[in-house]
Design a protein around this ligand. Structure first.
Ligand SMILES: Cc1cc2nc3c(=O)[nH]c(=O)nc-3n(C[C@H](O)[C@H](O)[C@H](O)COP(=O)(O)O)c2cc1C
Length: 167
């Protein structure tokens, strides 16, 4: 990697967006989100533990919104990170992959948000998981709704947001 190369701009640009335009995400941008997902690290290189499902189909999105009380904010694309139920790595794999997708979305000036509540609601509907193409030993860990932002989240001090110990 080129020295001095920094991802900090895209990382800092990422904010949780919860209002989206209905416009579909450009297919090339969808491919870039998919590539960001594919590049995510995974525990012990067990790549079979994590699966992604990109949902743009309107009917399916509506069904997910219905069972999750609109947890995905009407976004035109849902990037579902699903994991094998008995894997100790699954949830962690899903989280790092979700961050990859969200940072790439920010780099493309797309909005996104990490949605855990929607994933939990979706898991109460095995028939819907099946429709999404997931085997019965998989469950949703995170849903990342993505789309053109219809809001600009308020500025926040993101320099000292967490306590950070340096020794
Ligand atoms: C583990 C986890 C679960 C989250 N679940 C939800 C959720 O269900 N719905 C939602 O709107 N946001 C959810 N968020 C987004 C957080 O609310 C958001 O990241 C946090 O408020 C910080 O704001 P920022 O993302 O703009 O930096 C979740 C984030 C994380 C890391």
């Amino acid at each position: 990697m080129e020295r001095g190369f920094t991802m900090l701009k895209a990382i800092a640009q990422r904010r949780s967006v919860r209002k989206f335009l209905a416009e579909p995400v450009d297919p090339h941008e969808v491919d870039e989100l998919a590539a960001a997902f594919q590049a995510a690290p995974c525990g012990m290189h067990k790549t079979e533990v994590l699966r992604g499902v990109i949902v743009t189909d309107q009917q399916l999105r509506q069904e997910i919104e219905q069972v999750s009380n609109n947890a995905c904010y009407g976004a035109p694309l849902l990037f579902i990170l699903a994991v094998q139920k008995d894997s100790p790595f699954g949830e962690r794999d899903a989280s790092v992959a979700a961050e990859n997708v969200m940072v790439q979305a920010a780099g493309l000036s797309l909005g996104s948000v990490y949605v855990m509540s929607g994933a939990m609601a979706l898991n109460k509907h095995p028939e819907l998981l099946k429709k999404l193409g997931l085997p019965t030993d998989f469950q949703a860990a995170v849903i990342v709704p993505v789309g053109k932002p219809a809001e600009a989240p308020a500025a926040e001090d993101r320099i000292q947001r967490y306590q950070l110990i340096r020794k």
